[in-house]
Structures are given as C-alpha cells and as structure tokens.
Design a protein around this ligand. Structure first.
Ligand code: UDP
Length: 331
C-alpha cells in the first residue's frame, strides 16, 4: 500500500515522508514546489509536481493509496492578512477538492496538518482540544474551516473515511538520518528559532523580540516547541489509529501536538546563545499583531488516543538540531 504526503517537499512534510520510508512504506509526495524544495523530498519517495487539487485524481486514481498526510498549505500568518484569497483557496478550497477526490477513490484515511492558531487567544493554559476556537488571523481561520469540513466528510461516510487533525504548536528542530538533513528552509522566514540562528550565522545583525510587556514571567511570549521528529512520529501513530483502532468523535479525532511545556522568547534566545556560543544581540520591538501571549498545549489526548510520547523535550537539544541543520545550509 502507498501513502501520499502532500507538501512533502516542505519542512514537516519531508520529515513525515522520511519517517514513513524508514518504516518501510511506499511514499508518493505531491508538492507544487511553490515553497518546498525538490531536494528536500527524501530519496525513495516518488515526487508528483503539481497542485494538490489538480493532481489528486491522477495520484489517487492510480489505486493502492491507503492514506494521505495532508501538509501542503499556505502558512504565513502575516501574508494571510493581506492576501486572504490565497489562504481560502489554497487551504480550504484545495482541501475540499482533495476530500472529494478521497471519497471518489475510496481512500479511507487522512491525517491533516492543523494548527494551534485555530484556538486564537486562549482563555486558559494548557490548551485542550475542547477550548474555544476563535482564530485571530486568517491562516488560523482557514485551518479551522478545514477541520470542520473534514469532520463532516467523516461523519457522512458511514465509517468508510476517517481522519485525524493534528494541531501543531511550534514545530522546531531538524531531522538527521542517513539521508540529507531536513529542516526549516523557508524563503520568507518568520519563525523565531531559525531567525535567531541566522543572527548566530552572521546573516542578521540582531533578533527583534516582539514585546516584553506580556503577562508572563519575563514579559516575553511563551510558546510550546515540539521537535519535528516527534511531530512526524505522531502522524505515523495517527495513521495506525485510523487503520485499526476505534476513532472517537464520529471518525474525526482532533489532537493537539505540543510538549506541554512553555518557553519564553528570552529563554529561546538564551538556549540559542548556549548552543551556538554566539552573543546574539537582541532588541525589544513592538508586539506582533495577532500574537497571543501564551500558547502551550495539553498533550494528554495525543498521549491517550495515539500513544504518542515526545522524546525531545529539552529546548537546548531541539535548538542544537536546528543549529546543526542551519550551519549546513546556504539558502
Ligand atoms: N518572535 C519574536 N521575534 C521574531 C519572531 C518571533 O519575538 O523575530 C516571537 C513571536 O512573537 C512568538 C514566538 O517568537 O511569540 C514564536 O513565533 P513564531 O513566528 O516562531 O511562531 P508562532 O508562535 O507565531 O507560530
């Protein structure tokens, strides 16, 4: 049987594809290479270049596809504010067309890359899956819309189609295996750890801290950083659950993925200083629009339903893997 990974030339998708290959699965990557990189597609995976909705019939109609991990998406929060159409089409319309193709070709399993951004500003911490979903940006709104769509397709399928939405918190680190290392290579980089490491590499003069007046211990934002290898493992466990186990919630399980521990922006910068030995100049800047102060996951459901247990819970270790990757890259 074959598993399809959409967005498999991107950061999370390529690591998921590698984990599947390591587990002995056949993997087809679908990616339009608009933000992904051809050379990030792991050796052993077949690459189909194209828009997910456009090539879905060709890929799924070939038969033998047993499940899809759907990572392909538009994922820049700032861009989603100025180009909403790109997000509603790229995330929602495309995924609904993928869902139709899954139904047409009777593909029984889907694991979807959802996000903590579906919750917006949380009322309490850690965030459980029952927390109110009030996204504060268009990106989060589109991902939440897809979660809803998937739920209705699963509910209407009479058990023939089942899905897991994995709500990622802050994915970080890099995969190092027998093949080329796989890590964050965004053309437009907005994420904290790779930006801080760019300072250590001399590619940026300093890191801007987006606000130091948050109601947190040191005044900077707190996030839950999860290693990309732990994240990928959760996708494989989700596929296992969908293959055999009882899937709660009408055949669509929504599950947070985080370590359950928060680190502040200052703590991340300190970890980067320790790991790189670079002083990393930092400057306080205004808050970034749409940023919640604290986002920490309750990982209880992932543990209970998927049997998932993160193995990289040490921030310095996560940063060290990201650093080892960043040093090898010229792009
Ligand atoms: N952040 C920052 N400076 C930067 C980039 C990010 O202070 O140059 C902060 C941001 O406000 C947030 C945290 O770092 O609190 C993580 O941001 P990132 O963009 O990596 O992920 P997000 O939490 O937005 O998904």
């Amino acid at each position: 049987m074959t598993l399809v990974v959409t967005g498999g030339a991107g950061y999370v998708g390529s690591v998921c594809a590698q984990h599947l290959l390591d587990a002995g699965q056949d993997v087809v990557v679908v990616d339009d290479l608009s933000t992904g990189h051809r050379d990030a597609v792991p050796e052993g995976a077949r690459l189909v270049v194209g828009d997910v909705a456009e090539v879905a019939d060709e890929v799924l109609g070939a038969g033998g596809v047993d499940g899809v991990i759907h990572c392909a998406a538009r994922s820049l929060v700032g861009e989603s504010a100025v180009e909403p159409a790109k997000y509603w089409h790229g995330n929602v319309v495309t995924t609904v067309r993928l869902l139709d193709a899954l139904r047409r070709h009777r593909v029984p399993r889907l694991v979807f890359s959802s996000t903590a951004a579906t919750y917006g500003e949380p009322e309490s911490s850690p965030i459980t899956e029952d927390a109110p979903t009030r996204p504060t940006n268009t990106y989060g709104a589109t991902k939440l819309a897809v979660d809803h769509a998937i739920g209705t397709y699963a509910a209407a399928s009479d058990g023939e189609f089942r899905a897991v939405s994995l709500r990622y918190f802050n994915v970080a680190g890099a995969h190092a295996g027998t093949g080329p290392a796989l890590g964050e290579r965004h053309t437009v980089e907005t994420h904290l750890i790779p930006l801080v490491l760019q300072v250590a590499l001399g590619r940026r003069d300093e890191i801007a801290i987006f606000g130091d007046d948050w109601p947190t211990a040191d005044g900077t934002c707190v996030r839950d950083y999860i290693h990309v290898d732990d994240l990928a493992e959760a996708h494989l466990l989700a596929l296992d659950l969908l293959a055999g186990g009882e899937v709660p919630d009408g055949g669509h399980l929504v599950c947070n993925l985080g370590n359950g521990t928060g680190f502040s922006v200052l703590e991340v910068i300190e970890a980067c200083r320790r790991v790189t030995g670079h002083p990393i100049p930092a400057r306080v800047a205004p808050r970034r629009t749409g940023d919640p102060g604290v986002l920490v996951a309750s990982a209880a459901r992932a543990r209970d339903e998927l049997g998932w247990k993160p193995t990289h819970t040490d921030l310095d270790g996560i940063v060290a893997d990201a650093w080892a990757f960043a040093r090898t890259r010229v792009d």
